[in-house]
Design a protein around this ligand. Structure first.
Ligand SMILES: NC(=O)CC[C@H](N)C(=O)O
Length: 449
């Protein structure tokens, strides 16, 4: 007798290798009843190549007869990791072959901001939250003008989008930007591997002509350490930034100042929300490229200088460390993430590569000055070694998950920095007032001079 919840067409179970028989039964029934595709997104439809199939089993056989679109996609991509493991998956977005470092991000929301964070250049972002794509993408949540990351790895791609701000599906968005994505892959197993063995280089490919050995070889001969990635994501010439956080999203709008402060922001891969938050706190901002000379910056007589976040190895960009050195002590400085790591080096310290880094919106940080704990947004694979810093430099924040250095200050030199992201986007807003502290630093300096 046929189980009431299973297909009346196909007896169950039936031994067919290489197919998900349960889904096949359900879908065969569905197609026979409704005669229209289960899924309506064009990108999914494209994947549903018409296939006819016959299922034979001990109690008979059923044929779909003419070609019938299968409303699921078969694995058409491979992720080959440098440890030799091969993960079969389904592709969305762009096709081709791409190499990068695989990192996992524990944020529950904000995949669009993550996709457009230039600090992910050269990396595949694996989202540990299993369900991605359900809110689509919109025109307001971009953190830069481009997706610089190597690709996106997710467990389950939402088949529909539901959000009042949505203008496009995630899949179409990635295709247009030529970014590869994969889904239906065991993201938990990969994350455990990364936690145990550390970040791994991987190659993602939809090209059947490439053998597993070729892809493995690619992963083993590529490296992200020692490479300057900031020059490829930085702007090419200076520009002014005026856009503030929209009033409906600004929760600290009571902290506003009469005065305006001119900030020169070095773009090492700057996230737009850093600029929006600075503008909201009353700053007039000139964004300059990563190679902009310190002498030119000082000629502009800024009230403060911001060194931004950015991708890759902070020890691979000595020219940027030199620029920071030439500016330290002359004007108030705020460093964020890459900017913090450059400041650490400019002060005489060293950076090191962490095992798998911090990527997510749930990292507890202790402010050592007042004992408070902030839940922070983080995205970094390197950290400043506090032992390497000269005396006078104060460690102001520590990451409570592993005790690593999360913030620095050197009051004599009018500088402050954070290893994490006070601008969030995505993530919690606990650290937002640090922008106000930077404004205070500039105000005190202005008053004293
Ligand atoms: N967000 C950032 O600025 C990242 C800094 C650096 N690329 C790191 O991975 O540590």
């Amino acid at each position: 007798m046929t189980h009431p919840r299973r297909s009346p067409l196909l007896p169950y179970p039936f031994p067919v290798s290489g197919f998900n028989t349960r889904r096949m039964a359900t879908n065969a029934m569905y197609l026979s009843v409704t005669n229209r595709p289960l899924l309506s997104r064009p990108d999914t439809i494209k994947a549903l190549q018409v296939r006819s199939f016959t299922v034979r089993c001990s109690t008979g056989s059923v044929s779909t007869g003419a070609a019938v679109p299968a409303p699921w996609k078969l694995a058409d991509a491979r992720l080959v990791l440098e440890d030799g493991s091969i993960w079969r998956a389904k592709s969305f977005g762009a096709t081709g072959t791409q190499v990068g470092e695989v990192v996992f991000n524990t944020s529950l929301t904000g995949y669009q901001e993550i996709l457009t964070d230039p600090s992910y250049a050269g990396q595949f972002v694996l989202m540990t939250n299993p369900h991605i794509g359900n809110t689509g993408v919109n025109i307001d949540d971009e953190e830069s003008i481009q997706c610089f990351l190597a690709g996106l790895i997710i467990r389950s791609l939402s088949i529909s989008t539901s959000n009042y701000r949505c203008t496009e599906s995630l899949s179409d968005y990635l295709s247009k930007r030529n970014i590869m994505g994969i889904y239906d892959v065991d993201t938990r197993a990969i994350t455990r591997r990364l936690r145990e063995d550390g970040s791994l280089i991987g190659v993602l490919s939809t090209e059947e002509s490439k053998t597993d050995e070729q892809l493995l070889e690619m992963s083993r001969t590529w490296d992200i350490v020692g490479v300057d990635l900031i020059s490829s994501v930085s702007c090419k010439k200076p520009y002014e930034w005026v856009e503030k956080t929209g009033s409906e999203w600004d929760f600290n709008s009571n902290r506003r100042h009469e005065e305006t402060f001119h900030v020169v922001a070095y773009d090492f891969g700057i996230k737009h929300n850093i600029l929006r938050r600075l503008a909201s706190y009353g700053c007039k901002i000139t964004v300059v490229p990563s190679t902009w000379p310190a002498t030119e910056t000082l000629k502009m007589k800024p009230d403060g200088v911001l060194f931004s976040n950015g991708p890759g190895d902070p020890s691979a960009v000595p020219y940027a460390v030199e620029t920071v050195k030439d500016i330290i002590g002359k004007v108030p400085i705020f460093g964020i993430c890459m900017g913090h790591q450059l400041l650490g080096q400019a002060l005489g310290g060293k950076t090191y590569k962490m095992k798998f880094g911090h990527h997510g919106g749930n990292h507890p940080v202790r402010n050592l000055r007042n004992g408070s704990v902030e839940i922070s947004a983080q995205n970094h694979n390197y950290a400043v070694d506090p032992e390497s810093l000269p005396s006078g430099v104060e460690v102001t924040h520590v990451n409570l998950n592993d005790g690593s250095c999360a913030g620095l200050a050197f009051p004599q030199q009018k500088l402050m920095s954070l290893q994490y992201h006070p601008e969030a986007s995505p993530g919690p807003h606990d650290s937002d007032l640090v922008f106000d502290h930077f404004v205070e630093l500039m105000r005190r300096e202005k008053q004293s001079s």
